[in-house]
Design a protein around this ligand. Sequence first.
Ligand code: FDA
Length: 297
Amino acid sequence: MRDFFLYLSERRQLENFVSKFPPTRKLVDRFVAGRTLEEAMRVVKALNDEGIRVTLDRLGESVLDKSLVEETVNEYLKILDVLKGTNNSVAVKPTSVGLDISKEVALENFRKLLQKGDFIEIDMEASRYVDDTLWIYRKLKEEFPDKRIAVAIQAYLYRSEDDIKSLTPLKPCIRLVKGAYKEPPDVAIQDKRKVDENYVKLLFYLLENIPYTLVATHDEKIINRMLDFVKERNIDKDRFEFQFLYGIKSALLRRLRDEGYNTGMYVPYGTHWYPYFMRRLAERPANVWFVFKNLFG
Ligand code: FDA
């Protein structure tokens, strides 16, 4: 089921069809906080009012057209203006700002964003982009030492342990995720339990060795293991943040907030929601029943 939905997430023709299909709107709204920046900002404000920080994501990826890349960068500059003076950040997919054109184009666009904003998180996409994304991350860390720049690392990739260790001297901010793409067995761990184990291993390393970790998982078992670990090792609450995706397990996030932990929510908005939405369906078979029930129930 997971593989099937991940396969569909990459089919552009299906995107054109599904995006125009009116009943999908209600379904998509569960995971996407509106089509416009104004709609998304209402969600951002409500979350900030209840003490939850936001990472705002303008949906879009695999953009090859130069004018669309420029449009994306301009929209992000607008978002950074709106977010100025707050503790919120933006999440940017490298392929939305030109990585499919060249890594130099994407780097130049990230520079523009960092000249405007103070806190940027770089999403990690399919494994073929990891080298270039980390190349961009290193360059930005060097050029903007005073800005907060985070990068996502995926626990399902065999290479991630080495990547984390080689980034450690840079004092990085890392968002640790399990990984959301379809990857071959020589590149990524296929067994979910083993991915979870690797997540815990990498997470414990990060908590002890880097200044700030974004703990991006909704997995309550892992969160509980981590909470035991931080208590045992006396790791300060200021060294990490729990980050959840909009529409998923928000009651647990609020409970963590009530217990005094830093919490953040990744809030996507925009019209190009199809691949993001399909990845959310792929993560959980129950979501597919939710779709069927809504469409035919
Ligand atoms: P797992 O899949 O084991 O889920 C644990 C529990 O969470 C499930 O039992 C269920 O209750 C709930 N849950 C999880 N997914 C759900 C869904 N779609 N719908 C409903 N319930 C769900 N990936 C990537 O490759 N690059 C990236 O940059 C990012 N960025 C990112 C940011 C943030 C803040 C988060 C939380 C996640 C990402 N991801 C990501 C996605 C990540 O790789 C992973 O696919 C999802 O988080 C699902 O994995 P969990 O860690 O939640 O565990």
